[in-house]
Design a protein around this ligand. Sequence first.
Ligand code: IMP
Length: 201
Amino acid sequence: MQQMIFATKNKGKIKEIKAILSDLPLEVLSMEEAGIEMDVVEDGTTFEANALKKASEIAKVSGKLTMADDSGLEIDFLDGKPGVYSARYLGEDTPYVEKNTHILHLLKDVPKEKRGARFVSVIAAVFPDGRKYTARGTIEGSIAYEIKGENGFGYDPIFFVAEKGKTTAELSPQEKNAISHRAKALQKMKVLLQKEWEGQM
Ligand code: IMP
């Protein structure tokens, strides 16, 4: 079976990815499982550029099909910020409770209709022969008025999803995975890869 590397150190992401791609003829390996240790600097200005850069550099070193993702939160009132800088916003090591409190403060007097936001995930797949694909998934929501919920990570406690009447930090992992930006991008990527395999048969 063909092996594929998913370029992340995050065990939660790998588990989700293995589950979604389980019916493709692929053995999904984490960087650790593939024995690869390298950091790729995410210096692109788009999610696509960062995901493609990460996947391309690791595909070059490993000689294997490689997927990578880049994701972030876009807030309409802040002209799309923090966007591709979501992880580095206010400093890489700043606790999220501080980042989230700061955002709530910036949006203190902003009415509901102007609090729109979305999580974006872009997955890139790069084959050793240079073929490249990207797939984008989003989930629309708004910035809550207070921090709520204990699940998830990052900006989840301030990201309110109207259909659920909750923040994504109040959803169970299963509920979040069913609607998340990452799951949607992965599903799109799965269709692209399936077409690729059908073409080769
Ligand atoms: P990266 O894709 O690992 O570079 O991380 C992007 C950053 O975006 C994360 O560190 C979080 O701050 C934020 N982010 C991306 N997806 C989510 C999510 O599902 N919930 C909360 N924050 C997220």
